[in-house]
Ligand binder design. Structure first.
Ligand SMILES: Nc1nc2c(c(=O)[nH]1)N[C@H]1C(S)=C(S)[C@@H](COP(=O)(O)OP(=O)(O)OC[C@H]3O[C@@H](n4cnc5c(N)ncnc54)[C@H](O)[C@@H]3O)O[C@H]1N2
Ligand code: MOO
Length: 439
């Protein structure tokens, strides 16, 4: 390993100048690519982007089937049926969903049939059981008796009290999708209905870009695991939980590594250990100018820089290990680390996923309170509560909490970030601002 002075020189003059948010993001995204597609089991592909056009292999539904529990009949036999003059038909069998052996329905006959069961040969329509006596020699019934209490329900006679139109209560083969039709286009994000469709088509696996694996490490000797007692001067590690949760919400498979002490060798070893399961490494803390800023000390491949933003001024980005895995070193203040995640890590995850939505939505809203002061030459991201426009007025956003980057509760009570640009030092009450929507 080179000396500290050499390492500082290696990082070049960039570490002394102030970078814009856009420059830092461009540098990061310039080194990040969508992950190579792989074939995944359906549920493992949830939330992933499809990279193949999926065509319908065979008609859906694959056969004409009943949409009601009732009786498959020939329409002519029931054309004149009324409650006073029911059609009386001979029941020739029972067809459950999944039946392969189908009794033919001839003139004057009916087959008892369940929802989803194939329409038998000769069957032209289905009369729901409620339009019949259910074979009980009575008036209309509300349901079929359970098979256990009526083993002969698929035989005997049934009285039908209403006529049925041709194909009534029949779901035709191919009425959902025809063989050869495009089922899902490449680029589709696989949500629950899309996964359901793939399963219905018989697909066990599907080709997608996988979820990126994000390893989150927090640093700081002051950090104690939640659930354990904090001693004097110590605090619970909240960043690693917040960032891991955020990575999952962004679509990643995220692994949280408990807090690493402020020791350069320990941190380096911890990062090296994690690389085997990481597409991205995210660290929190240890990037400022203190004597214990361990990420800065340990990770000499990482470029540390100051950004023209608040919170989130100190940031690091580099590529580490044999696979040049991107590492984003976020500042330790909890609000700074979360805002940094939103601005820089989330777009990395979304890019690796191959998502069309890399960035959060930005909208304009009126800020009734205004912003009393914002630092010159720094883009400020205030926590806010956004209310969409209603018929009574435009969308609004109100600051939540102050500017302090330790205000975790205020962050947890906000749903947006209010953006105050570099060249704006105050926003008058009722002024319009850009708002990053966090959901
Ligand atoms: N002399 C200067 N001091 C600081 C500057 C500066 O420019 N000059 N920048 C400040 C800014 S801005 C930030 S942001 C922080 C960044 O500091 P570090 O990234 O080195 O973070 P730490 O020093 O490790 O921690 C800062 C703060 O956050 C708390 N923390 C850290 N990790 C966690 C965690 N996992 N869970 C909860 N809280 C955490 C830590 O206890 C500190 O309070 O530097 C300023 N200083
Ligand atoms: O940038 Mo620090 O992130 O202001 O607290």
């Amino acid at each position: 390993m080179s000396s500290t002075a050499e390492r500082a020189a290696d990082r070049g003059p960039d570490q002394d100048r102030v970078w814009t948010v856009a420059e830092h993001l461009d540098d990061i995204l310039g080194h990040v690519h969508p992950l190579e597609p792989i074939e995944l089991q359906l549920l493992d592909a949830q939330g992933c982007v499809l990279v193949e056009d999926v065509t319908v292999p065979g008609a859906l539904p694959p056969f004409d089937n009943s949409s009601m529990d009732g009786y498959a009949v020939r329409t002519a036999d029931v054309a004149a049926a009324t409650e006073d003059h029911p059609a009386v038909l001979t029941v020739v069998g029972d067809i459950a969903a999944g039946s392969g052996d189908l009794p033919a329905v001839g003139p004057g006959e009916a087959a008892r049939i369940m929802t989803g069961a194939p329409i038998p040969p000769g069957g032209q329509a289905v009369v729901p059981v409620e339009w019949t006596d259910g074979g009980l020699d009575s008036g209309p019934v509300t349901h079929m008796p359970a098979r256990g209490s009526d083993p002969h329900g698929g035989s005997g006679r049934v009285r039908v009290f209403r006529p049925a139109k041709d194909a009534q209560h029949v779901r035709a083969r191919g009425s959902d999708a025809d063989a050869g039709e495009l089922a899902l286009r490449a680029g589709t994000v696989l949500g629950a209905p899309q996964i359901g469709l793939l399963a219905a088509l018989g697909r066990g696996t599907v080709k997608v870009r996988p979820r990126p694996r994000v390893v989150v490490l927090s640093t700081g000797s002051e950090l104690v695991q939640p659930g354990e007692d904090v001693g004097p001067g110590r605090i619970h590690d909240s960043n690693s939980f917040q960032l891991t949760a955020a990575a999952r919400e962004a679509g990643a498979i995220a692994y949280r590594v408990g807090a690493v002490a402020d020791d350069a060798e320990t941190l380096r070893a911890a990062v090296e250990d994690q690389l085997v399961r990481a597409d991205v490494v995210v660290t929190s803390g240890g990037v400022s100018v203190g004597a214990y800023d361990v990420v800065k000390e340990a990770m000499h491949e990482v470029h540390f820089r100051k950004l023209a933003m608040q919170p989130g001024k100190p940031q690091g980005f580099g590529r580490v290990g044999p696979e040049s895995t991107p590492l984003l070193a976020l500042p330790g203040n909890p609000v700074s680390s979360y805002v940094s995640f939103e601005l820089f890590v989330r777009p990395v995850i979304r890019t690796m996923l191959g998502s069309a939505d890399v960035h959060r939505t930005i909208v304009q809203a009126v800020c009734p309170e205004g912003v009393a002061s914002s630092p010159k030459d720094r883009r400020q991201f205030l926590r806010g509560w956004y209310e969409p426009a209603t018929i009574d007025g435009p969308a609004t956003v109100s600051p939540v909490g102050g500017t302090g980057s330790h205000l975790i509760k205020a962050m947890a009570h906000s749903n947006a970030l209010i953006v105050v640009p570099e060249n704006v030092t105050e926003v008058a009450p009722g002024g319009e601002v850009d708002v990053v929507l966090l959901a």
